[in-house]
Design a protein around this ligand. Sequence first.
Ligand code: CMX
Length: 426
Amino acid sequence: MAKTLKETLAGMIPKLREERKTLIKEHGADKISEVSVAQAIGGMRGVKGMVCDTSVVEPDQGLIIRGKPIMKIKDKIPEEIFWLLITGKLPTEDELKLLQKELNAFGEVPAYIWKVLKAMPKTSHPMAMLDTAILAMEHESSFRKRYTEGMKKEDYWEPALEDAMKIIATIHSIAAGVYRIRYKKGPIIEPKPKLDWSANYTHMLGLPPKKGETAKMMRLYLTLHTDHEGGNVSANTCHTVGSALSDPFYAVSAGLNGLAGPLHGLANQECLNWVLQTMEKFGGAPSEQEIRDYAWETLNSGKVIPGYGHAVLRVTDPRFTAFNAFGREYMKKDPVFQTVDRVFRIVPEVLKEHGKAKNPWPNVDAGSGALLYYYGLKEFEYYTVLFSVSRSLGMLSQLVLNRAMGTAITRPKSVSTEWLINTVKK
Ligand code: CMX
């Protein structure tokens, strides 16, 4: 008989804990990284100082989830990826059904969440609305309740997983509600128990179905954005907050606040904005020369070109490639898509010539906006909310595994500039 996610994880935990204990005992003093002054000042780029088992990002390959390159699993549904992130294996059909059944059982959004969202200013950013709703839902935390009652460290993972399920089961409904409230799209749409997670999200947003293509695009979007190892701002923030044993609602809300930054997840809203600005300036899909001129204008005014560059990647992000392939299949004549495609041919050249960005290639945010726009989601301030719904799967998988393995509170040592100056003098 198929096991639930909780039973499967329970079976994995003794080995995971043993592995970690042995590593510390036998190799605790081995060095895995050195830190230069530039790294300490420059956002710790490249410093290996944390552990994340759900996925790795190879500079020359991109995202690999539990040993599987993202392009090989891009057609899986997000629930399958969630199971993979936590257990290291894709679920069987029965395991997937069990997971979906459990998620459905947790799927009701408390009524106070809608009141909180409706009470917010009419012009609130959709990310502020989503993050506030997740924080308000902290009231439902099993982790906090069990911790207050007195719980052994070995058991932390159980209520952490339960909270994770509560968040995943509702975040798409909340996110769809944010869309409908913020943009006055009419009443909240209830989920349909028969639909899977991403199909339900599409349904609750109330977008035109376009012969099922909208749901297909959303599934791809939600599968591609789930995780991107542990050091990015949102994952790292969620991890740090969770390491203080703040419950998963606090931790995920904090992580999403990081995703709302324009150098991170908000780049997708900025990116489509940039593309539409070129179209407005040049009265339609711009020529290659016009894109080149506009890219230089952006750089010369001291701004970044959104959707390009990456802290780890040194090739075109495979997730961009997947979106681009989808666009070519379903909307190759769309002027916004054509502009994104043309930008992809020109901007890397410009960034190379500019000579600053270590990676001139597009990241995940460069192309997704054109697809969303084509399928009727024109409010690009909302785009990071979609990213968030998907990324909650990665953040929560990492958090649950960390509670299962008893990961310590995060507390790196900071040094003062004076200390740096005195140390380099020596
Ligand atoms: N346009 C212009 N300049 C860029 C650039 C871009 N797209 N990407 C990097 N640079 C610049 C940096 O600002 C930096 O300049 P300074 O030396 O003046 O500070 C220099 O090139 C070196 O930066 P880097 O080492 O190549 O990149 P970082 O690791 O510091 O930053 C990132 C990575 C993503 C923040 C940066 O490439 C960027 O700002 N890109 C645009 C925003 C974006 O698309 N963010 C989304 C990333 C994906 C995600 O997290 O969702």
